[in-house]
Design a protein around this ligand. Structure first.
Ligand SMILES: NC(=O)c1ccc[n+]([C@@H]2O[C@H](COP(=O)([O-])OP(=O)(O)OC[C@H]3O[C@@H](n4cnc5c(N)ncnc54)[C@H](O)[C@@H]3O)[C@@H](O)[C@H]2O)c1
Length: 405
């Protein structure tokens, strides 16, 4: 994808200024990925997050400028990284687009977060309201993008994960038709304090985790359609079930799984039907021990591919004494480092973090086509909220509203 010789020869490295919104987990891996961008020169203009102490600590550790306001950060940057909770994505993205900046929006793109009150309860509101609200939010962001000289770069790292990009190559070169896919993102619970409250995260496992394999699947059907017929194959309907297992009276908490969610689901399965009648079945949960479980299997009419993002067998370690690996990173949310482990020699590489950043900065600098764009982001959110409506109807099929762009 990146080593086209004539492209590289013709390319004169441009310098771009990056501004990071947020100083938590995602801000950290964006910072690390920015340090691995080679196609352009990246200068980090600064970081903004509302809590001064945390923002300053993040900035000090990385020798960055700590901005007192978001406006200061946006004005001093060419590209804004939205690494703040989902409830903030729309406002931050629109502010940056209005100032003609490019915006890297972390997943999930946007959503429905209730009436803005602290007492909003995600368990009891009508899901049609959420679907309508999420579609309106998408439309507002797309309208801002249309008017802007900047564009949206949707930070769905699964699109750029090397295994998914290899599958893109296979589809493009063989003209294969994907008949069905299944995939999953699960682990034992998010670290983020904002996650678990609908008013901040806009949903539970389907929104926070399911969006990854779902968007990977939507992307591959786009690739298939573009390669064969010059137009993407879009999703048309979903059937979904969601459950809150850790909040059922019968759940027995043994301390290994996070269990303090207030009003979100911790298990979801979504069945997606595409316009050509083919399928994707996606699972997402907070109920899986042993590290992050991220995979997507593609069953095509001419090949089969299993994309193991985490864990994979690139490396395995056996450690007889837990304390020996005290200072050694093994794999995300692994739980224990003792015994056999799927130790990742470079986890960010397998997850696609550095590849998405490389691609985005080339998109901005050299105006190349965006793989994970606002259309893919919009399809993903529309499918998720159609999914929540379906879950309210105990899995009945719901059509995904179309969003004209
Ligand atoms: N692609 C991935 O693999 C991945 C992994 C984790 C998180 N994420 C996404 O990244 C985003 C941030 O999640 P996180 O895990 O870093 O959360 P976090 O809680 O670790 O950090 C969130 C940061 O946003 C800041 N913030 C809160 N309100 C803000 C506002 N109004 N304006 C600006 N900043 C504000 C907080 O101060 C904090 O620094 C979420 O959308 C999440 O879904 C993506």
């Amino acid at each position: 994808m990146y080593n086209d010789a004539s492209f590289l020869k013709a390319m004169k490295k441009k310098t771009l200024r990056a501004g990071i919104v947020g100083s938590g987990f995602a801000a950290n891996f964006h910072f690390d990925a920015l340090n691995r961008v080679h196609g352009t020169v990246v200068e980090i203009a600064g970081v903004y997050s509302p809590t001064e102490e945390k923002r300053n600590a993040f900035a000090r550790k990385r020798e960055l400028h700590s901005c007192e306001t978001m406006e200061e950060l946006i004005d001093g940057s060419d590209v804004i990284h939205v690494c703040s909770p989902p409830v903030t994505h729309e406002a931050v993205a629109i502010s940056a687009l209005e100032r003609d900046k490019w915006v890297i929006v972390e997943k999930p793109f946007t959503g429905y977060f209730g009436d803005g009150s602290d007492s909003f309860n995600g368990d009891i509101f009508p899901r049609q309201e959420a679907l309508d609200g999420a579609i309106e939010s998408i439309r507002r962001i797309l309208a801002a993008e249309k008017k802007s000289r900047g564009k949206i770069l949707y930070a769905e790292n699964w699109v750029y994960a090397p295994s998914i990009q290899k599958e893109r190559e296979i589809l493009e070169k063989t003209g294969g038709q994907i008949l069905w896919m299944h995939g999953e993102e699960s682990h034992s619970g998010s670290h983020s304090a904002a996650y678990g409250k609908w008013r901040l995260s806009g949903g539970g496992s389907l929104m926070g985790k399911g969006c990854h394999p779902l968007t990977g699947a939507l992307y591959l059907k786009q690739v298939e359609g573009n390669a064969r017929d010059g137009r993407p194959i879009r999703p048309v309907s979903v059937s979904t079930r969601t459950h809150a297992i850790t909040r059922t009276p019968g759940f027995r908490d043994d301390g290994h799984i996070r269990a303090n969610y207030t009003d979100i689901e911790d298990f979801a399965m979504i069945h997606v039907v595409f316009e050509d009648g083919t399928l994707a079945a996606i699972f997402a949960s907070e109920l899986v021990l042993g590290g992050v479980h991220n995979w997507l299997e593609v069953n095509a009419n001419n090949h089969r591919a299993i994309c193991n993002i985490n864990p994979n067998t690139a490396m395995q370690t056996y450690n007889p004494v837990e304390s020996q690996f005290q200072d050694i990173y093994v794999a995300e949310k692994i739980g224990t480092k003792q015994g056999w482990a799927p130790t990742s020699p470079d986890e960010d590489w397998f997850t696609g973090y550095q590849h998405e950043m490389e691609a985005f900065y080339r998109n901005v600098a050299y105006e190349t086509p965006v793989q994970s764009d606002s259309r893919l982001a919009a399809d993903s959110i529309a499918a998720i909220y159609a999914g929540y409506l379906s879950a309210e109807k105990c899995g009945a099929e719901v059509r995904i509203p179309s969003i004209s762009q």
